[in-house]
Design a protein around this ligand. Structure first.
Ligand SMILES: [Zn+2]
Length: 234
């Protein structure tokens, strides 16, 4: 059985003049294997090392380091783990040896009976999430920025504004919501999946409507308007 230990809680804070302060979650999965999901930013080195120490671990004892995607607040400390198996987006390597695995075809990578790495693209073209079954909390998904934080369930602008491929990300979010009891998102505390979002009962998505608008003199132009749509199913 695995323990889910959040070493650093991700956060995001809008600042003045278009600046954004953000830091990604760092999560330790402690069980039959020791697994780190996302390594934070380069200046999180000491925090990461002391977080491991708090759980009687050091980098040499980490079997897998999984980075959900290649943004700097998720891959900042990879070089602390030269002897671990590294999974970064869809690449799997142990030192300079690469394992060929077809994440692009939707095939999960199994670490053991409890832990799988799922392809969950959309935020970037090749994100992965880690699905851990049989924990004290049930099934926990550590998703990187597939979910920014709890509030993005009701406010899709939060995740869609940083999404490379929103339609693909929406499908990946549905895949995770179908199985997860709890989610560790990229930029907020771990949360319990609210009942109405489980089993794809409720989905909130921004949707662009395009329509023709007369702009005088018989000339028409195409205008788009974003609308928030809510889909609820049984
Ligand atoms: Zn990101």
């Amino acid at each position: 059985m695995y323990d889910i230990l959040v070493i650093k809680e991700g956060y995001t804070k809008p600042m003045k003049r278009g600046l954004l302060e953000a830091g990604g979650s760092i999560t330790l999965l402690k069980g039959p294997k020791n697994i780190i999901v996302d390594t934070g930013s380069p200046w999180d080195k000491d925090l990461l090392l002391s977080g491991l120490q708090d759980h009687d671990l050091c980098p040499d004892k980490i079997d897998y380091v999984i980075c959900t995607h290649g943004h700097s607040d998720h891959v900042g400390n990879l070089n602390l783990f030269p002897s671990s198996c590294l999974v970064v987006s869809y690449d799997i390597c142990h030192r300079d040896r690469y394992t060929v695995h077809d994440f692009a075809q939707g095939i999960p990578f199994e670490i053991d009976d409890f832990v799988e790495i799922w392809p969950t693209p959309g935020h970037t073209g090749a994100d992965v999430s880690v699905v851990v079954r049989g924990t004290q909390l049930g099934t926990v998904a550590v998703t990187g920025d597939l979910f920014e934080h709890l509030d993005d369930l009701e406010d899709p602008e939060i995740w869609q504004s940083t999404s490379e491929r929103p339609e693909l990300q929406q499908q990946s979010r549905i895949d995770i919501l179908r199985v997860a009891d709890y989610i560790v998102p990229g930029h907020g505390p771990m949360f319990k999946v609210p009942l109405e979002f489980r089993k794809q009962m409720r989905m909130v998505m921004m949707h662009d409507e395009y329509y023709e608008e007369a702009s005088g003199e018989g000339i028409t132009s195409t205008v788009s308007q974003s609308q928030c749509i809510i889909v609820e199913t049984e």
